[in-house]
Design a protein around this ligand. Structure first.
Ligand SMILES: C[S@@+](CC[C@H](N)C(=O)[O-])C[C@H]1O[C@@H](n2cnc3c(N)ncnc32)[C@H](O)[C@@H]1O
Ligand SMILES: Nc1nc2[nH]cc(C(=O)O)c2c(=O)[nH]1
Ligand code: SF4
Ligand SMILES: [Mg+2]
Length: 188
């Protein structure tokens, strides 16, 4: 498998914010969002056994698989191997390619209309500001609906986006705020 990075931190975003978790970031994506905050490109090859060995050194049994787009590499076999070792498997996906059914928690953050799911555990939409077409997500049911302000790496514009996000949520209360708390706290 092509691994961008493996690290131990707190889930910074969405429903599980604050939960200690082992992050496995796979290399590669089928989209190229201009706002993407992942550093793509760098990677090393690792076998499933290598990965399981690396993550066994951390005390948490909550794994977050992200990327890149994890659905390009994640297999049922690997999810099963994680389950056998007692892990809860959360996956961050853009929703364009189906994940193994064995994944415990799908956090879907759609970027276009080509989403293969009509139901996920968590829908996490990146909000760019007032006027964003939210009808795009009408057909996707979720247990939790998170709206996450887009980080555009500009303090003033970020403040406007956060204010717009809060305003949208107050007017559409099925949504809740998801902040990228790891950036606020300056941790990974
Ligand atoms: C880097 S993506 C990797 C997983 C998958 N490709 C996806 O897009 O869901 C992880 C999460 O970060 C979000 N994200 C990426 N860049 C962001 C930014 N600049 N501001 C806020 N959220 C961002 C994505 O929408 C997604 O929810
Ligand atoms: N702390 C922390 N939480 C995260 N939740 C989703 C992340 C991601 O990049 O997918 C991420 C990340 O990079 N760091
Ligand atoms: S789909 Fe996810 S990883 Fe891919 S470019 Fe967009 S935000 Fe980044
Ligand atoms: Mg991130």
């Amino acid at each position: 498998m092509r691994i961008n990075e493996i690290f131990y931190s707190l889930q910074g975003e969405g429903f599980f914010t604050g939960t200690p978790a082992v992050f496995i970031r796979f290399l590669g994506c089928n989209l190229a969002c201009d706002f993407c905050d992942t550093v793509h490109g760098r990677y090393y090859e690792a076998t499933q056994e290598d990965i399981l060995d690396t993550i066994s050194g951390y005390p948490s049994r909550h794994v977050v698989i992200t990327g890149g787009e994890p659905s390009l590499q994640l297999t049922d076999e690997f999810v099963t191997a994680l389950h056998e070792r007692g892990y809860f498997v959360q996956v961050e996906t853009n929703g364009t390619i189906r994940l193994p059914d064995t994944v415990d928690w799908i956090t879907c953050s759609p970027k276009n209309r080509d989403v293969v799911y009509n139901e996920v555990d968590e829908l996490k939409v990146v909000y760019m500001g007032k006027g964003q077409d939210m009808t795009l997500y009408d057909g996707i049911k979720a247990s939790v609906y998170c709206l996450q302000p887009c980080d555009v790496k500009d303090e003033k514009r970020n403040a406007v986006i956060v204010a717009d996000t809060i305003e949208y949520i107050k007017q559409h209360p099925k949504w809740r705020l998801s902040l990228q708390t790891h950036k606020i706290l300056d941790v990974r």
